[in-house]
Design a binder for this molecule. Sequence first.
Ligand SMILES: [Zn+2]
Length: 414
Amino acid sequence: MTMRISDRIDGERLWRRLMELARFGATDKGGVRRLALSQEEIPARACLVAWGRSFGLEPSSDAAANLFLTLGGREPHLPPVLIGSHIDSQPTGGKFDGAYGVLAALEAAQVISELPERPRRSIEVVAWMNEEGSRFAPGMMGSAVFTGKRRLEDILTIKDRDGCTVKDALESVLGAERALPRRPLGFPVAAFLEAHIEQGVLLQERGLTAGIVTGIQGKRTFRVEVIGEESHAGTTPRSARRDALTSAVAVVDALQKAMWDEADTVRFTIGMFNVLPNAPSVVPGKVVFSIDLRHNEQAMIQRLGDQVPAVCQAARGRCAVTVTELLYDAPLQFPASIRSRLSEAARRLGLSHMELPSPAGHDSRYLHYVCPTGMIFIPCKDGISHNEAESISPADAMAGARILAEAAYEMANQ
Ligand SMILES: [Zn+2]
């Protein structure tokens, strides 16, 4: 029996690299704080470059600091197959969100590089810039710019909490990588595959090794401003008040009722709520809050999201209200051809698996708009993620990398 590519996947090497990468930005509680374009990310990127170079991958980056490690194919002019994820983390993140996908891709590229003959297309391991969006919002910045969903000029002026712009942070990272060749932003891609931890409990509950992702749920975000009038808490009678907080509470209550669904499939969150001037003896003059609305079905997210302005207006009382939609990402389905290829690889390798949707967003969303894209999930303990306690098993990590290697190799030969 001939040896499969995936039989060469070295689970111990993959695990060792996961632990080594986690040292860049390591926290006391065993997690990772490696914000996008931070000083912690620079040596982590250098480490990826060194690992790739050790077996012949050629590093390069683009103007958005997306990092590529290329295994040249027999026909290098053809659009490559991209495999990877991101290495930035939340402020109190874990070792595996994103990093797993990049290092599983690196392991897949390494075993393919050891074959006597290169695949037809190049295979490129990619680490997309700023997926998490916790230092510079919004997230998935590198993949959005790469795919033309956003313009580079528009992200350069975005600032972090300390006033540092994306432009300055990009300069510090790209400055440290001056020796790397610079790629054009958004070159043609044949396909993109991303391995990632599930960040949910479906695989664990069913005792399965891998998830083949059907698609990503839709998301709409809004900013709501309720405008009243600041006045003296001791002297202004109720009849004369235009209290922004009182109106905002009524608006929030009305929204919660409008978004309520029996089946519990709607994800509706008000996660940010600011009262101004936020002083004990001043009737609040203004409230600003956020809405994050998600659902798997286009018709549902369309209907619910479209109701938001009217619901806010109806409940605003004496105050004025403005609703601004910030983002509308429709639900998406990955192509059946990729899903069946990934499922078939899992089946062939004897790995238990299921199809499942992704409730969280990933760089794969934007790649989906420009090339056939698919995702592989591996279980993560108790679904805990965006948390220093994030945990996966070495066996699952290896299994996901095996599926990725099989599918990437096949697609690179097409
Ligand atoms: Zn991630």
